[in-house]
Design a protein around this ligand. Structure first.
Ligand code: PLP
Length: 385
């Protein structure tokens, strides 16, 4: 935060709200991830949906990461920004024909396929183009991510992925389909996972399913274990960079892979969350009987995570003139919704109109979820350089 505190005077005169990106921290995070993955030869694709800000994407591309996309527009964006199509994967439970066709035209590395029906659709669209589509089956591992129920994706009867009892059907379609090539298997258990045992359980599952395929003569080139590594929302300064070494070590230790078999990761949040801060100004201070409210000029239209998943973000008041007495505030936005609240009973130094409030760890699933609800201004961003 010190770098932000030094900027307080500048920020005070800037038009708020906006996202502030610390590009040095982003670069350090990318470097840490790359260095930790390298000894094992692991490949990392960045999940674009976490943040597709142009400057952020450029740095990630320059660091050599691939791109994990969940829409046709993300696929085109990744390629437009300069990600190599041979490092682009396309997941998503509802890929439209148009999106599949475009991805086939780009010759992307792989479709992560989420149902038996989708396999058939991709096969026929590829046939029409005289192409062979590389696919990986996104299999529902039925592993509990121990994370918020709105961001868990790997339990049975989830809309995501193929269930294990459907694998025989998939194998049959793949054997007959002349325009598909099974590249590997794909898993994604959820997001903001901080318990490393979850990844250990995932490895056990991947080994089991990999064996199932190999016993049936499918030679898998790729084991894609998805993303989900969490970040420390409570201590953004002390823990600015996730422990990538510990994360990759789990997969190295518990995943059985034969020589030449590639392991792919799809990290989003862990790479970009800590480099982003939502900067806003206090518009009004309301002192009630039991509660004090700080009304900010930023709301759920700029950062939806608290309203959407009751997510915690550390809230700080940047140095200002107000007194040092600490009070408890409900920090709210201006939007006409009761869920438009960034935090309840947040302890902050006595605040007044015009103070700058920083909402930390907002680089992932922040700017990308901004909306124009209430006809709000489009969100802006400012960079540390
Ligand atoms: C969202 C998503 C990711 C990235 O998740 P993070 O928690 O941000 O790492 C990876 N893979 C798939 C398929 C996703 O949908």
């Amino acid at each position: 935060m010190s770098s932000l505190n030094n900027l307080t005077d500048k920020l005070k005169s800037a038009q708020t709200p906006f996202y502030y990106y610390d590009l040095q921290l982003l670069q350090a995070t990318l470097e840490a991830c790359r260095t930790a993955a390298q000894p094992y030869g692991f490949h990392v694709h960045y999940a674009l949906k976490a943040n597709f800000n142009a400057r952020v994407l450029q740095l990630i591309r320059d660091a050599g990461f691939g791109a994990d996309c969940v829409s046709g527009n993300e696929v085109s964006k990744a390629i437009e920004v300069g990600f190599d199509p041979s490092k682009v994967v396309f997941a998503g439970v509802g890929k439209a024909d148009k999106e599949i066709n475009e991805a086939l035209d780009f010759d992307i590395f792989c479709f992560n396929v989420e149902s038996v029906q989708e396999l058939e659709v991709i096969n026929s669209l590829a046939a029409a183009k005289g192409k062979r589509a590389r696919v990986a089956l996104r299999i529902n591992p039925n592993v509990d991510a121990h994370t918020h129920h709105n961001i868990t994706t790997g339990l049975a009867e989830n809309k995501f992925g193929i269930n294990q009892w459907e694998l025989a059907d998939c194998a049959e379609v793949l054997t007959k389909a002349g325009n598909l090539w099974l590249e590997g298997i794909h898993f994604h258990v959820g997001s903001q996972i901080t318990d490393m045992n979850v990844f250990k359980s995932l490895c056990v599952k991947v080994n089991e399913i990999k064996t199932w395929f190999e016993e049936r003569g499918f030679n898998l080139n790729v084991l894609n274990v998805g993303g989900g590594l969490g970040v420390d929302y409570y201590h953004p300064d002390e823990n600015a960079i996730p422990d990538f070494a510990a994360y990759f070590a789990i997969f190295d230790r518990y995943l059985d892979r034969r020589a030449g078999q590639e392991v792919h990761f799809e990290l989003g949040r862990a790479l970009v969350a800590q480099c982003g801060t939502l900067i806003s100004k206090v518009l009004y201070v309301k002192k009630g009987i039991k509660k004090n409210f700080l009304v900010l000029d930023a709301g759920m239209t700029e950062l939806m995570r608290p309203a959407l998943y009751q997510a915690y973000h550390k809230i700080e008041r940047l140095e200002g003139e107000a007194g040092s007495q600490v009070l408890k505030y409900d920090v709210v936005g201006p939007i006409c919704e009761s869920t438009d609240c960034f935090g309840k009973e947040v302890e902050l130094a006595d605040s007044e109109r015009g103070d700058i409030i920083a909402i930390r760890t907002a680089g992932a699933y922040g700017e990308v979820m901004a909306s124009r609800y209430n006809l709000r201004e489009a969100i802006r961003s400012v960079y540390s350089d």
